[in-house]
Design a protein around this ligand. Structure first.
Ligand SMILES: [Mg+2]
Length: 364
């Protein structure tokens, strides 16, 4: 019997953060997620979640899922068939923004169904050869004005949580002096054995980025992420050429073609993709297998539960970004020990709901 999509269920939830994000591009107080359950005629259900940034975006996202549901009802539940059909059908509409995110979520859920139908983990379906990924703790170290020592203390707490040896620090304070003070406080408290990634979240203009990033050379940062707009490939390329610390970018790239353009412009030394932005698991697989990407270290952005699976099958896998944001609604939250995340072997993409918690955080 052909396995077909029968319907898509959506559940909006608002999940509290342990350390609410404050970046150079703004603050988020609670995590708004749309949980997706893609159901089939054979009883298999695929799970995924979408991170929609604003509570007010829950309803429009759910509306968009309903529109996509009308298109895919009765369609084969095969991600490799559905993704190209939908992208062709919708190419006259703007498939960036919400619609692109919904297509990515559907794709993640369909890969879950594929894995479950083969009784394999998604990592195994994709030919994953790794048992674990090294991971950095990205749950905190937000832009906190006033007290670099407080941020430095939080770095130690974050390292202790999973015996991590790497953390990410957010930069982009009003003045460079504040950036420098927090970098030095965190480096001093963590010691030389700890890798400290840093992230400007697109907060600087070109001139300021050049001045700050060059001045940070010599401070021992592992990478400097998104100093300028993610889509200013040439600006980022000029920075990467002028700054010794590796430049990291990519979490906002919307599809493999954007990645290819960034690569051609030599926009960065390292790249990271966000599965909700890069067009789902299907988009990830296309991006990392571009011939131009052969020697580029690739990391993940958010979504650790599913990302661990395709990272296990990614030749140039670099770092898994660990956040616990969706953990409260997960039946089996991602855990870290010794700074590593083990690749799960249970069937599926790693996403299953804790129903009691979902009921608690559900909003209308
Ligand atoms: Mg970032």
């Amino acid at each position: 019997m052909t396995m077909v999509i029968t319907n898509i269920k959506t559940t909006p939830v608002l999940v509290p953060f342990r350390y609410p994000p404050v970046t150079a591009s703004g603050a988020i107080s609670e995590l708004p997620l749309v949980l997706l359950d893609v159901e089939t005629n054979v009883g298999l259900t695929g799970h995924a979640y979408l991170f929609v940034f604003l509570k007010g975006m829950l309803k429009p996202t759910i509306g968009c899922v309903a529109a996509v549901e009308e298109l895919v009802k009765g369609m084969s539940a095969d991600p490799e068939q559905v993704d190209p059909i939908l992208r062709r059908r919708l190419e006259l509409l703007d498939i960036h923004g919400i619609l692109g995110q919904v297509l990515a979520g559907l794709d993640m859920a369909l890969w879950d169904i594929r894995a479950k139908s083969e009784d394999l983990s998604l990592a195994a379906v994709l030919g994953g050869t790794r048992d674990y990924l090294k991971s950095y703790n990205s749950c905190g170290l937000w832009v906190e004005k006033g007290d670099p020592e407080k941020v430095a203390d939080q770095a130690l707490e974050l390292l202790a949580e999973g015996d991590f040896s790497a953390v990410k620090l957010r930069l982009g304070y009003e003045t460079f002096e504040e950036d420098l003070a927090v970098v030095r406080a965190v480096k001093r408290s963590c010691g030389d054995a700890v890798d400290v990634m840093s992230d400007f979240n697109q907060g600087l203009d070109q001139k300021e980025a050049l001045s700050r990033c060059q001045a940070l050379d010599g401070e021992g940062l592992y990478w400097i992420e998104e100093p300028v707009r993610y889509d200013d490939y040439h600006g980022s390329s000029a920075l990467a050429a002028a700054v010794q610390t590796p430049i990291q970018t990519g979490e906002n790239l919307l599809n493999p073609l954007e990645f290819q353009k960034a690569l051609k412009a030599n926009a960065a030394d390292y790249y990271m993709f966000d599965v909700q932005r890069i067009a789902g698991v299907t988009g990830w697989l296309a991006a990392v297998t571009l011939p131009e990407a052969a020697s580029i270290p690739v990391s993940t952005h958010l979504f650790p539960e599913i990302s661990i699976h395709f990272m296990a099958a990614t030749e140039n896998a670099h770092w898994l970004e660990y956040v616990d944001w969706a953990s409260p609604v997960m039946r089996e939250p991602t855990t870290v020990s010794g700074g590593k995340v083990q690749v799960p072997t249970t069937a599926g993409n790693g996403i299953a709901w804790n129903d009691e918690a979902v009921a608690r955080y559900r909003v209308e």
